[in-house]
Write a protein that binds this ligand. Structure first.
Ligand code: UD1
Ligand code: UDP
Length: 381
């Protein structure tokens, strides 16, 4: 029997983490020929994930350049994928989430009239500039998708409201929970990069990278963090700093050379996930971290004004606090001083998945192509 040719296309760290479980699951399936094409919109941060999950791409466009613009990423990815799709001629292209690689991947597949499967479909803020450009990347990818793998019922409802037919939507849970469960271990040993960490202190873990936070908003967050370490001697901040030079510059100016502020390069996913598990509290503008931390029972303060992930806010495990210096300081202080407030957030239920999302995605693909007889059961959060 002819195998179903499935090409996974991704380019950044979070897409790689969230597509790795899908690629591994496709690899186990005898009915599928699994092909991986990376744009490498991120280079080092993508390679960290490929190495961890032992994924060797069949195609690597290597498009990243320092200070790349949205035009650079879109045009290089689109042109590169045109050739890759002509050569590999897959039956289905899978893209993930909301990056510019995601949109370019979906558009390239559409131009080749190849079926598009969108993993992590249906997330919305309904504000086209927040997050920018992710909100439009998601919506445009949704318009092109033939199969939508919605992580939650909320995401499915968003798609239905936009007129997407129900039979094209599968609620699967988020694959990031699959990746997390495969990675976090209570006995994990941290290597040299974290030798400076005093695990006897309360760890506040921080990440920032959103375009809309570059510059002044990030500066305000870092000033709040500086005040937190000054006021709480038992707190240590660990901050793996994104590779974007526009992030690194402001971090160095505001947080360089401070006691109990440990600035490090982006961590491999394994130490990072295990560090989340050891943290008291997490401050982030990341999407993925908002989904992972609740699964580990860690409160998250989200450094953004909008979120396309309302489930954890509703469950009470995540709080949306923006980037104002005084607000960030006050919200952090509250969780460091008020045990009840802390416990309420830490004990809330995680809404994002059960570790079997990748399996459901592959089963749904096989069912759509007549290889499995039954429509797979869905994730009920
Ligand atoms: C991108 C995505 C964003 C996603 C984020 C995850 C777009 C427009 N943005 O944002 O949706 O949340 O990735 O981190 O798709 N760099 C390196 N090495 C790396 C990675 C980045 O040097 O491994 C530097 C480069 O100078 C690059 C810059 O970071 O030009 C920005 O990277 P880019 O992919 O354009 O944007 P991100 O802010 O990372
Ligand atoms: N992450 C990582 N190393 C780090 C920081 C984050 O592996 O030093 C992981 C994190 O666990 C999550 C993903 O990277 O799975 C989130 O990526 P990012 O914040 O860059 O992007 P977003 O999720 O906002 O798109």
């Amino acid at each position: 029997m002819k195998k179903l040719k499935v090409m996974s296309v991704f380019g950044t760290r979070p897409e790689a983490i969230k597509m790795a479980p899908v690629v591994l699951e496709l690899g186990k399936c005898a009915a599928v020929e699994s092909i991986v094409a990376v744009t490498a919109q991120h280079r080092e941060m993508l390679d960290q994930v490929l190495n961890l999950f032992d994924i060797r791409p069949n195609f690597d466009l290597n498009i990243m350049s320092e200070g790349q613009t949205l035009f650079d990423i879109t045009s290089r990815a689109l042109m590169g994928l045109d050739k890759v799709l002509s050569e590999a001629a897959p039956d289905v292209v899978l893209v993930h989430g909301d990056t510019t690689t995601t949109f370019a991947g979906a558009l390239a597949a559409y131009y080749h009239q190849i079926e598009v499967g969108h993993v992590e479909a249906g997330l919305r803020t309904r504000n086209k500039f927040s997050p920018y450009p992710e909100e439009m990347n998601r919506r445009l990818t949704g318009a092109l998708a033939d199969l939508n793998f919605a992580p939650t019922e909320t995401a499915k409802a968003n798609l239905l409201r936009e007129g997407c037919p129900a039979e094209k939507i599968f609620v699967t849970g988020n694959t990031v929970i699959d990746a997390l469960y495969q990675t976090v271990r209570p006995d994990f040993k941290f290597a040299d990069e974290l030798s400076r960490v005093d695990f006897g202190k309360r760890i506040v873990l921080v990440t920032t990278h959103r375009r809309e936070n570059l510059g002044e908003p990030m500066r305000q967050v870092y000033q709040a963090l500086k005040a937190v370490v000054e006021d709480f001697p038992d707190v240590e901040i660990i901050f793996p700093v994104h590779k974007n030079p526009r992030v690194r510059e402001v971090v160095a100016e505001e947080l360089g050379n401070l006691d109990r502020v440990i600035l490090i390069d982006p961590l491999d996913y394994e130490p990072f996930a295990n560090l989340m598990n050891r943290a008291t509290l997490i401050l982030t503008d990341s999407g993925g971290v908002q989904e992972e931390a609740p699964a580990l029972g860690k409160p998250v303060l989200v450094l953004r004004d909008t979120t396309e992930r309302p489930e954890a806010v509703d469950a009470g495990t995540v709080k949306l606090i923006g980037t104002n210096r005084d607000v960030v300081y006050a919200a952090t202080k509250e969780l460091l001083t008020d045990d009840d407030a802390y416990r309420q957030m830490a004990e809330a239920r995680s809404p994002y998945g059960d570790g079997h999302a990748a399996q459901r995605i592959v089963q749904a693909l096989l069912w759509r192509h007549g290889i499995l007889p039954e429509r797979p059961t869905e994730f009920h959060g």
